[in-house]
Design a protein. Structure first.
Length: 442
């Protein structure tokens, strides 16, 4: 059975036009010919999955889009998502040698997308070895990028892989949490479908939340990969945050990406200064909110979001309230919200309230975006798997935990990095599992 697709919503598609539209065929060839094919390829070195950037770009320049896509997918099976969602200004394009000559870097991400989109439109499958070649059965808990990459790599080498996901759709934050103008949910699901056709089994609506559930998995599988991501968004810890007009940033993004939220109005206040806060604020603007504030407890120079994300938010019309924190949320007489705030200043390592700076914002919705909580409660149930500061402890080279039957990767290990990091960790864990199995059967 194929991965369930989401209905196309023309209104959402119009409001969330891509910030980086695809290259036309001729433009892609012209851009590919700009590449210097550096022998040391700093762009490849800066990519956590080490995609052969000069190699795939050279193939685009010669008209071999299929070869370019296969070169990308061999290193990163989620190359389409990463081409759209990666902070390439910091990674591959940030390392491009063109910067040395004060020229624009090669548009690596758009070229990568060009090749991958061609491959997906062709309907071609990725090769996978028959499961009978290897007697290794792996369960991947969570259907985010780490598990998808792990499962795909296992199938490439003939091992059996099953992905277990509590929600109805695969992809993790790629599907539910990345802004639609960067990565459409349909693109994320298309990649998961490609991986399913490699022979990966998906089980949806299944939650692993008890020792009994783990016992059952251990009896069915040889190895368990933990790609469970992070937990729920952190709460503000102020009175009134349970009001129906409060919706956390990930819930907001998931709601419009899956067709449950079509419109916003009035004034929206997003609390937080990270990339997710920016995504939520931009989404509120595109969904129709007339005024959107980002309330951040620190100053402009200390914002946690990438600088290009901050600049984009200003272009979207988002307004910033610096060095201000929420105190309480109250309903008013007109079914709106009153958000009580106060100015703060830093004294040493502590933020203290500035007297006589109270300010109340009348708004329609408050959106907390102050980070996700580690899944410490759930993770502690995994036997003999060490948890430190809410993160699973795993060998960075292999992904193996203190329990040799458990491997881990992605946000539950790294605390919340980029999609490409999760892909690299999932693939690395799969290769380590395969190597361990070969050694054990030697």
């Amino acid at each position: 059975m194929s991965i369930t697709s989401l209905p196309d919503d023309p209104q959402i598609r119009e409001r969330f036009r891509e910030i980086h539209p695809p290259l036309a065929a001729q433009a892609a060839v012209v851009e590919a010919h700009r590449c210097l094919n550096c022998f040391d390829a700093p762009c490849t070195a800066s990519c956590p999955t080490h995609i052969d950037v000069p190699g795939f770009i050279k193939r685009i320049a010669t008209g071999n889009l299929r070869g370019a896509a296969l070169r990308i997918l061999d290193a990163n099976v989620l190359g389409g998502s990463c081409a759209r969602a990666c902070p390439v200004d910091i990674l591959c394009e940030g390392a491009c040698v063109m910067h040395r000559y004060h020229r624009e870097p090669i548009q690596i991400a758009l070229l990568q997308r060009h090749a991958i989109d061609f491959f997906h439109s062709s309907g071609e499958d990725l090769p996978a070895s028959a499961p009978a070649r290897r007697h290794l059965r792996v369960a991947c808990i969570g259907a985010g990028p780490a598990s998808l990459a792990c499962a795909a790599e296992l199938r490439r080498h003939g091992a059996s892989a099953t992905i277990i996901e509590r929600r109805a759709l695969p992809g993790g934050l790629n599907t539910y949490g990345v802004a639609e103008y960067k990565l459409r949910a349909a693109e994320s699901l298309r990649e998961a479908e490609l991986i399913r056709r490699m022979g990966v089994e998906f089980r949806f609506g299944e939650t692993i939340d008890s020792a009994e559930a783990l016992d059952k998995l251990e009896s069915e599988f040889d190895i368990i990969f933990l790609g469970v991501g992070l937990g729920a968004m952190q709460r503000l810890g102020i009175p009134g945050e349970d009001h129906e007009g409060v919706m956390n940033a990930l819930e907001l993004i998931a709601s419009y990406k899956t067709g449950r939220l079509h419109k916003m109005e009035g004034t929206v206040v997003v609390v937080g200064g990270g990339n997710t806060a920016i995504d939520a604020a931009n989404a509120a603007r595109r969904l129709g909110a007339e005024t959107v504030y980002i309330l951040y407890r620190r100053g402009e120079g200390e914002i946690a979001a990438f600088s290009f994300e901050y600049e984009h938010a200003k272009q979207e019309g988002v307004q910033f309230l610096w060095r201000r924190v929420p105190l309480a949320i109250r309903p008013d007489a007109h079914r709106r919200l009153l958000l009580d705030t106060v100015q703060v200043q830093q004294v040493g390592v502590t933020l203290v309230q500035v007297p006589d700076t109270d300010f109340t914002i009348s708004c329609n919705m408050v959106v907390p975006a102050i980070g996700q909580s580690p899944l410490s409660t759930l993770l502690q149930q995994f036997r003999h798997v060490e948890v430190h500061d809410g993160r699973l402890v795993a060998d960075p080279a292999t992904g193996q935990t203190g329990n040799p039957r458990y491997y881990a990767g992605g946000d539950c290990v790294n605390g919340g990095r980029e999609v490409v990091d999760a892909v690299a960790e999932g693939k690395r864990a799969a290769l380590a599992m395969l190597a361990h199995t070969e050694t054990a059967h030697a």
